[in-house]
Design a protein around this ligand. Sequence first.
Ligand SMILES: NC(=O)C1=CN([C@@H]2O[C@H](COP(=O)(O)OP(=O)(O)OC[C@H]3O[C@@H](n4cnc5c(N)ncnc54)[C@H](O)[C@@H]3O)[C@@H](O)[C@H]2O)C=CC1
Ligand SMILES: O=C1O[C@H](COP(=O)(O)O)[C@@H](O)[C@H](O)[C@H]1O
Length: 268
Amino acid sequence: MDDPVLLTGAGGRVGQAILDGIGEEYDWRLLDREPIPAAKVPDRVTDADQYVADITDERAVREAMTGVNAVVHLAGDPRKTAPWESVLRNNIDGTQVVMRAAARAGVDRFAFASSNHAVGGYETDDRTPDLYRPDDDYRLDGEELPRPGNLYGVSKATGEFLGRYYHDETGMSVVCVRIGNLTKDHPPREYERGQAMWLSHGDCAHLFDRCLRADYGFEIVYGISDNDRKYYSIDRAREVLGYDPQDNSANYTFEGEPIAEDPPTDEP
Ligand SMILES: NC(=O)C1=CN([C@@H]2O[C@H](COP(=O)(O)OP(=O)(O)OC[C@H]3O[C@@H](n4cnc5c(N)ncnc54)[C@H](O)[C@@H]3O)[C@@H](O)[C@H]2O)C=CC1
Ligand SMILES: O=C1O[C@H](COP(=O)(O)O)[C@@H](O)[C@H](O)[C@H]1O
């Protein structure tokens, strides 16, 4: 892809997982309100392609958006305990600024980092903890209404509605990825819920790569690895985006250690 891809929140955990995996495959334009240390910036990204700006700064976002063909929008407050003032500013207002600028600039594809917390309210007392276990067949598939479990989740559901609106108004392709629990090198340790929604770094980079290449209109998909434990379906991500995850929390112990594969044997 030749046209630049704007990555907001590039210095954070998800941004770094994406750049570690596909940092050499796109002409990135990186935006974060904090300067990104040089070691975290792909070699081919020049200083001119790095923007230190707040996403609520309309002028700065418009400037960063010039000539951009696709956006991966991650910047925001990721805390599930974040107060309303913060999610209102960083997650709702900021997302509206970025989406509007993208729509006005004629961006083709827009991937929005939504969250499992947009649907946390489905984890009711009568469903949990069975929901987190491999033999439970309850699935959310992205067709259900949002049911946030906290104000952070409300802000992510609102970002999805903004995506729906800008898609309908302008035709910009928008995919909202309800990211599970991104953890590097191993699933979250001793945490059933986290292991059911683990997203490995490799699968994260691959998923956003597919968001930048696939053809879609408006989509809500779940961003988790191919875990045996799961209550989010990844069928839609597979069908529409061509997502083909390689990791599974079942390949690790509950404590997060890799389970050794049986060595090959000549015995019949
Ligand atoms: N890490 C995870 O497992 C999950 C993350 N997400 C979402 O993915 C996105 C990225 O999350 P993480 O990388 O984990 O968070 P992070 O806190 O590591 O990274 C967020 C980045 O955005 C920047 N940022 C925050 N507010 C900004 C603003 N107003 N203007 C410009 N830059 C701003 C921060 O400086 C930071 O570098 C967030 O929107 C979060 O809600 C969703 C579900 C799970
Ligand atoms: O949206 C997010 O979700 C993940 C997983 O949630 P948790 O309740 O299992 O911790 C969280 O780690 C991340 O910080 C947040 O942005």
